[in-house]
Design a protein around this ligand. Structure first.
Ligand SMILES: *Cc1c(COP(=O)(O)O)cnc(C)c1O
Length: 393
């Protein structure tokens, strides 16, 4: 067997209770909180140097296999995810007043979004654990990614989407052979239905933070960023945040790299969550000084990936933002459209509304002196603009 992972156990993000890696880990039922995978970083550090990892042939997220949970690489399900470009935004930077503003172009991933990273790992683990029927509530892109990876692995997928999901994504799921159920409501209602179907029909649930493997795939964005910035953490990471796996994943990557001693300085980036003013539960909780967010009534935004009225991991997300001296910011759909046009016109980068939100957020924070012009700042285009073409901008 091709055993490579240094995973040790899972740990509850609230009570720190440890859970074994065998079986199908979910979440801490007592705390209603997510689990995080923990690795034997002391061992890994002794046996392996980051130079070895970087000298491997191009292998996407699987370059980091010792820090991923798959026991046997024979079960790896890949479509070539990861190793996306990091682009310096010099023109927009000089217009808006940033010297070192970078964009990580996640729209280049299979299925056109960064969700691919999470499902490459989660579907690989499902295959390894002999789970054949995978169910997911999604705001859109997660569904498209699950459909692609289950098609690749010849597993079954059932995807529950809000009925106003982009037609391109509904078509993408169906084309890949997934069962699609459309619900009159948001991803929150889709989540409830998914749990019911899972219980009555015996499907394995892959909802955001209700299982720990998708996060492990997502954290590879942070590993790549660390390498692309020569192991010096940026001062600020600005992520368009819905369920929060992107933000938590990047923070987890930098935490692990810091513990491994692979960073040139161990200070973690200030983590910033950008949300839409039409659905901003984390922003509200942050400014209210609350530990958890409340469900956002009547969520609506053109950035469908941010149309998430409640995150199962809100306690963890808010703690990370506060512990790293980060913050939250809400932007309007009008700000998003302006930022989208800016990126297309001045940098030649077409971005999703969510990606544009991270630029709008950066600009807002600079105007309010929450960022300094000479800080290294990273924003993310989380999905390809192409997926949104059926909605005009
Ligand atoms: C899912 C998604 C997000 C939000 O990511 P989370 O990890 O849920 O916070 C942002 N942008 C796009 C395009 C997405 O699909």
């Amino acid at each position: 067997m091709n055993t490579l992972t240094y995973i040790k156990h899972f740990e509850c993000t609230t009570c720190s209770k440890k859970y074994p890696t065998q079986g199908n880990p979910t979440y801490c039922k007592a705390c209603q909180a997510p689990l995080l995978a923990r690795y034997d970083l002391d061992q890994l550090c002794e046996k392996l140097d980051k130079g070895v990892i970087m000298n491997r042939p191009r292998s996407g997220i699987w370059r980091w296999r010792e820090l991923l949970p798959l026991e046997d690489l024979a079960y790896k399900v890949t479509l070539g995810e990861g190793e996306t470009p990091l682009l310096h935004l010099s023109a927009i930077g000089s217009k808006l007043g940033f010297k070192k503003l970078y964009l990580k172009e996640e729209g280049r991933n299979p299925s056109g979004s960064f969700k691919a990273r999470g499902f490459s790992v989660a579907v690989s683990k499902a295959l390894e654990n002999n789970q054949k029927k995978l169910i997911l509530p999604s705001a859109g892109n997660a569904g498209g990614a699950l459909a692609a990876y289950t098609a690749r692995a010849n597993l079954r997928a059932k995807i529950i989407l809000p009925k106003n999901t982009l037609p391109s994504i509904i078509a993408e799921c169906k084309a890949a052979g997934a069962d699609v159920i459309l619900v009159d409501g948001s991803i929150a209602e889709c989540g409830k239905l998914a749990e019911e179907i899972a219980t009555t029909e015996g499907w394995h649930v892959l909802s955001t933070f209700k299982e720990p493997y998708r996060l492990e795939g997502k954290k590879t964005i942070g590993f790549e960023l660390a390498f692309q910035l020569d192991w010096e953490p940026p001062q600020v990471v600005i992520f368009p945040t819905g369920g929060g796996t992107g933000l938590v994943g990047i923070w987890k990557a930098y935490s692990e790299l810091s513990e491994l001693g692979w960073l040139t300085n161990g200070r973690l980036p200030r983590m910033v969550a950008v949300q839409s003013s039409g659905c901003a539960p984390l922003v509200k909780a942050f400014f209210d000084g609350a530990d958890v967010s409340e469900p956002w009534p009547d969520p609506h935004t053109i950035a469908s990936g941010l149309q998430v009225p409640i995150s199962f991991a809100s306690r963890l997300i808010l703690k990370i933002i506060r512990d790293t001296s980060g913050c939250c910011v809400a932007v309007t759909d009008a700000d998003i459209v302006t930022a989208q046009r800016y990126l297309a016109r001045f940098e030649g980068i077409s971005v999703s509304p969510e990606g544009a939100a991270s630029l709008a957020g950066a600009s807002h924070l600079l105007e309010n002196d929450l960022l300094q012009p000479d800080e290294t700042i990273v924003i993310f285009n989380t999905a390809s603009a192409v997926k949104y073409l059926c909605r005009s901008i």
